[in-house]
Design a protein. Structure first.
Length: 299
């Protein structure tokens, strides 16, 4: 995961991260984010917030993409029309059957070459093989899939079969209205790519899950977000009883479902203490009692 440096910034890193999250996670303008921070007692200009989003947004989005789970193998492809100045451009978008945005390409054309570019990016970047690719009417999708030798998974949409892709356009339309339109093709590509990565992380489809499950999803997303925005990998602070010693050392990740009872971390701390006191690890059970362990499981 790429490290993010917050050096030489007047405001603390947590404030920068919160401003970036507000701007990309909700349909807010730069002035809206500025007003919300002022309400919290932070006097920062919207131009500064814009500089933060341009500098840190793509880096955070790249870290989130590296940590995301594999998507569904059932993909939906569609394109939507946007106006940039007086020019018409097409947003080629791919989503899975759960609504997660897979990729976005902003182009002026609507032909086989652009469809082939989008499909190649999907096949190269995603770790799953598609079981079905649902599209709408344009013949460019069929031509591109024939070039790639995957015409067998093509499902041309009829009526409501591609509604998943159509509904996924709604957040883009809301942001487009809030931003009073995109200013250029390059800025539109940069914003939409960052927005998709952050929106994927915090889109829980809460109407389909129970409240306890939602709390679990939120806890996991918060841990993933904390890792994505961190300057360096978090270090684990253990307070060991019996010796009055605080050991700060990186601990290998474990798969334990809860923070308490992390036996793998305890064994590593015991080994560290044994090396310090020149004692066999098996003779130090009383020193392996961990009173406080700041450790996020499944991160």
């Amino acid at each position: 995961m790429a490290r993010i440096s917050y050096k030489r910034h007047r405001f603390p890193a947590t404030l920068i991260q919160h401003a970036v999250w507000l701007y990309f996670g909700f349909a807010l303008s730069l002035h809206d984010v500025e007003a919300m921070l002022v309400q919290r007692g932070v006097d920062v200009s919207y131009k500064t917030i814009r500089a933060w989003t341009l500098k840190f947004g793509p880096k955070i989005a790249a870290n989130l993409r590296r940590r995301k789970l594999p998507p569904s193998p059932r993909w939906h492809l569609d394109e939507m029309i946007c106006k940039i100045g007086d020019e018409r451009v097409y947003l080629w978008r791919a989503v899975d059957d759960e609504g997660e945005v897979l990729d976005i390409v902003v182009q002026k054309r609507r032909d086989t070459r652009v469809a082939l570019k989008l499909l190649k990016q999907l096949l190269r970047s995603l770790p799953v093989e598609p079981e079905s690719i649902v599209t709408d009417g344009p013949a460019s999708y069929g031509s591109a899939l024939r070039v790639l030798g995957r015409e067998g998974v093509h499902r041309p949409g009829r009526l409501r079969e591609n509604n998943r892709a159509e509904n996924s356009h709604l957040p883009i339309r809301r942001r487009e209205r809030k931003m009073l339109g995109f200013k250029s093709q390059i800025s539109a590509q940069r914003f939409l790519t960052t927005h998709a990565a952050i929106n994927n992380a915090f889109d829980f489809q809460r109407h389909m899950i129970s409240r306890p499950t939602l709390r679990l999803f939120r806890a996991r997303t918060e841990s993933v977000w904390a890792r994505a925005v961190a300057w360096r990998e978090p270090r684990v602070l253990q307070e060991i009883s019996g010796c009055g010693l605080n050991v700060t050392a990186p601990v290998r990740r474990c798969e334990c479902p809860t923070i308490s009872g992390c036996n793998q971390a305890a064994r590593q701390v015991t080994t560290l203490l044994a090396a310090k006191f020149h004692t066999a690890p098996t003779r130090m059970p009383e020193m392996a009692e961990i009173h406080q362990l700041e450790f996020c499981a499944n991160m």
